[in-house]
Design a protein around this ligand. Structure first.
Ligand SMILES: [Zn+2]
Length: 222
């Protein structure tokens, strides 16, 4: 091919793509994914709602995690949310992850918590076409976090459960404090924020964040 026939905008696109790739390889950019409202069900509750095990629909970014075909209705004191996604596999305890906006819609005072930290959280009613589950507790607004592979964390000098400060490289850039880093061998590098946080910074697919220095000393104990 005659190089002079290559369109200038194509060259620009290729260069931008390569720069982004090198950025990621150097560990500077962290892919940011939006976590829509979803539920993790215990096997017992899955059975109460659907009379069977959960059905695989498609894999999610973290190895072993998947979206289920089933959907559930959340019924709160003030409102309902329909068609809420269920993530598999089933867990020991049912956990409902919503945004603060969802919490207002439903009329529940969901606290910001790390996944699995459920004591003292409000309950809610889960409904399917086949059944109802009255949850005593388990509704949280999931604290933003980064899934980080062990080798990458070691390279960056970051420890499991460390809090970091992340600059979101989006249309409305902002800096997010107290981002919890979870480190595991089988994690794929990704930061998870919810819809409120995504909208606050004008997030779009393929956006990244950068860990920046200067995490403040005082932090919330989610
Ligand atoms: Zn996550």
């Amino acid at each position: 091919m005659n190089p002079q026939t290559i369109d200038a905008s194509l060259v620009h696109t290729i260069v931008a793509g390569v720069v982004a790739m090198i950025d990621r390889m150097n560990g500077r950019a962290i892919p940011v994914e939006l976590s829509a409202r979803h539920i993790h069900l215990s096997a017992e509750h899955a059975n109460q709602l659907f009379g069977s095990d959960l059905t695989f629909d498609r894999p999610l970014s973290q190895p072993g995690q998947f979206l289920c075909k089933e959907r559930v209705r959340l019924i709160g004191p003030k409102g309902i949310l329909d068609n809420v996604a269920i993530l598999g596999p089933s867990r020991n305890r049912t956990q409902v992850e919503i945004s603060l906006t969802d919490a207002r819609t439903l009329g529940v005072r969901a606290p910001i918590r790390n996944s699995g930290n459920l004591p003292g959280t409000p309950g809610i009613i889960l409904a399917s076409h086949q059944g109802l589950v009255g949850l005593d507790e388990g509704v949280i607004v999931a604290a933003r976090h980064i899934h980080m592979p062990s080798d990458y964390a070691q390279q960056q000098g970051i420890k499991d459960r460390q809090l970091v400060r992340v600059r979101m490289d989006c249309e409305r850039p902002l800096i997010l404090e107290d981002v919890l880093v979870r480190v595991a061998d089988d994690f794929r590098l990704a930061m998870h924020i919810d819809f409120d946080e995504g909208n606050a910074c004008g997030w779009e697919p393929d956006k990244s964040g950068h860990i920046i220095a200067g995490q403040r000393e005082q932090s919330h104990g989610y």
